[in-house]
Design a protein around this ligand. Structure first.
Ligand SMILES: Nc1ncnc2c1ncn2[C@@H]1O[C@H](COP(=O)(O)OP(=O)(O)OP(=O)(O)O)[C@@H](O)[C@H]1O
Length: 284
């Protein structure tokens, strides 16, 4: 479904190599997690698949080269990105409106997708009247309403409290099982990756490369049982923890060796970025 070949990305006039010749394939209907230390390029890769960030190399979805955003790919962001002036129903219907779907059809499809995330009672509310978890459910319903082949999620649950986060993880698994969508999910939380994904692609510290791909062989119906408490879950979690902590250590060693260099995840272009780095060095 998704084929990424030699994808590289530089920012800040070439100063920052965020992605370095990444090769990756995602099968149709697969749930893949991208896991890596802060600033390793996970979001850059996800946004490149979405067509929001141009990269060198090629990214193809269903055989067609990605050259910009497309309706067959939908993205969900950490900060929900809902339109505050639109009702919940109108937020979910937004993509259908852009596609020119007639008003009656789009209201019906938006309601169906609100039901999928358990929010049909809240159709006429506004985003400001919802909790964080509910907002993210609306964002997921909006992404799914246009029936994309690929659902891209960029740390969608990172801002939520632990309880809500677990609930939404289970709901997302249920949605994936019911819809059969291909999902790529960015996270830096190991347990989240193990709970959700069929495979976990571990990134190196910047410049981002795929260090290894770890299969998650857990029994089905993860949401219906305490899979996090099983020895199999613990073993995969530990393996990923070792892999990831090597990268975090490597990133901080590099930072100590080159204290003037921009820190991963902390690269800000322009004069403000330079000022920030000088201040940070001064404080350190
Ligand atoms: N628009 C930009 N301009 C300059 N540098 C950028 C830009 N976007 C990202 N970067 C830099 O590229 C590198 C990769 O960023 P990216 O956001 O893809 O990493 P990430 O793994 O998703 O990080 P995090 O988990 O902290 O969100 C980082 O060093 C970041 O500072």
């Amino acid at each position: 479904m998704i084929r990424i070949s030699h994808a590289s990305k530089r920012y800040s006039g070439g100063l920052v190599l965020a992605l370095d010749r990444v090769d990756l394939q995602v099968a149709k209907g697969e749930f893949l997690a991208l896991l890596g230390p802060s600033g390793c390029g996970k979001s850059t890769l996800l946004h490149a698949i979405a067509g929001l960030v141009p990269v060198n190399g090629t990214i193809a979805v269903s055989g067609a080269r990605v050259e910009g955003p497309g309706l067959e790919r939908a993205i969900v962001f950490q900060d929900y990105a809902l339109f505050p002036w639109r009702t919940v129903l109108d937020n979910v219907a937004f993509g259908l409106e852009v596609r020119g779907v007639p008003a009656r059809d789009r209201a019906q499809r938006a309601r169906e997708h609100l039901a999928l995330v358990g929010l049909e009672e809240f159709a006429e509310r506004y985003p400001a009247q919802l909790s964080g978890g509910m907002k993210q459910r609306v964002a997921i319903a909006r992404a799914l309403a246009c029936d994309p082949d690929v659902l891209l999620l960029d740390e969608p649950f990172a801002a939520l409290d632990a309880q809500t986060r677990e609930t939404l993880q289970a709901e997302l698994l249920g949605i994936w099982e019911r819809t059969g969508k291909t999902i790529v999910f960015v996270t830096h939380a190991i347990e989240e990756a193990v709970f959700l994904a069929q495979r976990v692609a571990v990134f190196t510290a910047r410049p981002g490369r795929i260090k290894e791909i770890v299969p998650v062989d857990l029994p089905p119906d993860r949401a219906g049982r305490d899979v996090r408490g099983t020895p199999e879950f613990a073993a995969i979690r530990h393996r990923l923890w070792v892999s990831l902590s090597d990268e975090v250590r490597r990133a901080s060693q590099e930072q100590r060796a080159h204290p003037g260099a921009p820190a991963p995840g902390d690269v800000r272009p322009g004069i403000l970025g330079a000022l920030h780095r000088v201040l940070r060095r001064g404080l350190a």
